[in-house]
Design a protein around this ligand. Sequence first.
Ligand code: GLY
Length: 572
Amino acid sequence: MFKQIRKKDFKIAISAFSLLLFLFIACTNHQIGKENAPIYRNGMVVTANPLASKVGLEILKKGGNAVDAAVAVQFALAVVYPNAGNIGGGGFMVYRSSTGESNTLDFREKAPEAASKNMYLDSAGNPIANLSTEGHLAVGVPGSVAGMWQAHQKYGKLDWKDLIQPAIKLAKSGFKITQIQAEELNSEDSIFRVLNSGYGYLVNEKQWKKDDLLIQNDLVETLKLIQEQGRDGFYKGKTADLIADEMMRNKGLITKRDLVNYQAVWRKPLIGNYKGYKIIAMPPPSSGGVALLQLLGTLENYPLAKYPFHGDSSTQIFVEAERRAYADRATYLGDPDFYQAPIKNLLSKSYLKNRMNNFSFDKATPSSEILAGDFKGKESEQTTHFSITDKDGNAVAITTTLNGSFGAKVFVKGAGFLLNNEMDDFSVKPGTPNMYGLVGGEANAIQPNKRMLSSMTPTIVEKDGKLFMVVGSPGGSTIITTVLQTITNVIDYQMSIQKAVNVKRVHHQWLPDLIYIEKDALDSLTSQKLTHKGYKILERGNIGRCDAILLNKWGYYEGGADPRGDDSKMGY
Ligand code: GLY
């Protein structure tokens, strides 16, 4: 009897303790987030698509680490999010291990060996419309499969084959497309037909509608080759033959030699500090890390939190810092294997301080008018980012892309996947804006085997020697400012990670000399004040689509999945 009572008491005590623990977690979460966001102890995956997030989560639950989950997600996104998820594109990975080791992997596309500086110019030296953005000549040598293979070789725990299997399953059984996906596929229907003469991949005679099943049988066969042979399943043999044939038939430049020679490259991370936080960022050939650290280094000189969020003063500080950082980007940054950027100087505290010497809160500093560019505004900024953390505290930030939505709109006939239009990220002609309105010069001029400059900004933030945030975004030229705002929203404005991702964004990129805002990002009084000071403001569609994870001070993961898309966060 006595024993029974003790047992019962024990059970009651356990229940009371569990309830208290639950309330404690709920309350602490409330304190941080001011909202009831789910939090997880063992791992978290935030991606642009719920099916891909689920794939990543399952891998974590099977005992895979963050890199295993990232590999599986990259291949899953190639199936369920063909606008940007890819095996025919490239990207960057920033990695931080549970013990604090950091590393970055560059699996950016590169120019084919036969590429040349003026390949997109006519005889008068003017860019030929659409040549660097659509069709076979726009394609850079893909890097994603090599990247995933090298990441797995170095850090992976589970068997490679098990990481490709979920993507194969999704491609074989098919998945129901969303309304947004149906509309996007239909809007590209005519260009798909023009560029892919008779190959029916992603083309639907009756037009796509929501809940149609997308089955990708050719992609299944390509993924099986990659599953069996690793990188060789893509860069050699049947897949390489199909890519080279596709190029040869259509005056593209990529050869089997380009493919077999492609290598992803481990690069030393760019490390910076912002108000006591350590920033682990991607070095060139992405401009993302340099620009982000320049921006944070400039903002650090201002007590941001004292200025109202999205008020005229805080907006001016961001805009003026961005104007200067993007001007440097255009001049100094390119593939480090071809062009030595003066990174140390660009990031020096005194340089960044001096850069703002001519800034006044009274009026806008006009951008140079000599190289004035313009958004062509006809391409969406379709890249994708995912953030993953595991139970041991390893973290991965990957941003990957085909460049424009559905890349070059070119399918590899018989292999069932899309190719990128990344060649447009080179400076096709000095001073001529690319499809994001970005200008560039010699540093980013086209050369054989050179990597084109990127804006992708996968980033990991540390606090007191521990993981703090994993963050990144698509958005072409707006990637950098989206990541910047997400970080400062958390650090300076004390927002929860979900709120930091949700709030409206503002963007400036030197040229064109405009403040781009999402609808209602600035109230009308702020807009009036800024206009009075000489700023030009232009409302546009979504800026960025940020997917982030924060490790809170109690050791739980919180996610921020961007509501601008179908993005989803899952954890356990
Ligand atoms: N294609 C977009 C970027 O790399 O910045």
